[in-house]
Design a protein around this ligand. Sequence first.
Ligand code: ZN
Ligand code: ZN
Length: 258
Amino acid sequence: MADSIVNRQSNPTDKTSYKSTWTQRAWFASGCTTILISLAKSMLMLAAATPTSPRTFLQLTLAAFLGYLLADLASGIYHWAVDNYGSPMTPVFGSQIESFRAHHQHPSAITKSDTAVLSYMVAGVVTVIVLPINILSRDPVFLWFVGVSAGCGLFSLKLHAWAHTPKRKLPSVVAALQDSGIILRWSQHKAHHRPPFKSDFCTVSGIWNKILDESNIFSAIEVMLFRVFGVRPRSWSEPNSDWKLAESDFVGSNPDLD
Ligand SMILES: [Zn+2]
Ligand SMILES: [Zn+2]
């Protein structure tokens, strides 16, 4: 499940590689179906139960909010990890590492890709992890939490892509969600593409960015990993690295985005 994101972002002039393959579409559909099963099973279990109380709706609302928060936090931790550690040769994650790094040189390339190209790897992970939960769980609130969290996670790269898209090109509902702060917008993400490239890693809503950045938690973990394993994060090598924007890609300074 790893190929064209790397090719596409390493070679942003290759327009054909922005198009999804049938395999990528199948994984994307599988992930979406898995999430829909979580949500549908939750609703069906509640419908079959004794009359639902306001307490149940409160639990579902809270579960959805926690799932949304967890997805944003997870997107930040994952983004920080692949930006800073490993290489394109790293098993399993190599293509993702290459892709995230290429995104720093060609940020606008992410806006040109089919959703399935962006999301098929996360969709595969969602399918493998969430499908057994769907089968085994008998807790409708937990299934609702899993469905919302997995859904936000599956679309985290699409939300990231929308944050890089000029507002006039966005569907109006997406622009409204960005304006309301429910999903990531450029103003919450732009610092990630500017020196020292150490902040604003979260890509669902960006809610966790301020907490993670002001607590310096990632910096503390980087120091700990260096002391224990002797591994340096890539952000320490700035400015002699490939974090910088390629001259052909000026989206990082495009005022049209916000
Ligand atoms: Zn990044
Ligand atoms: Zn970005």
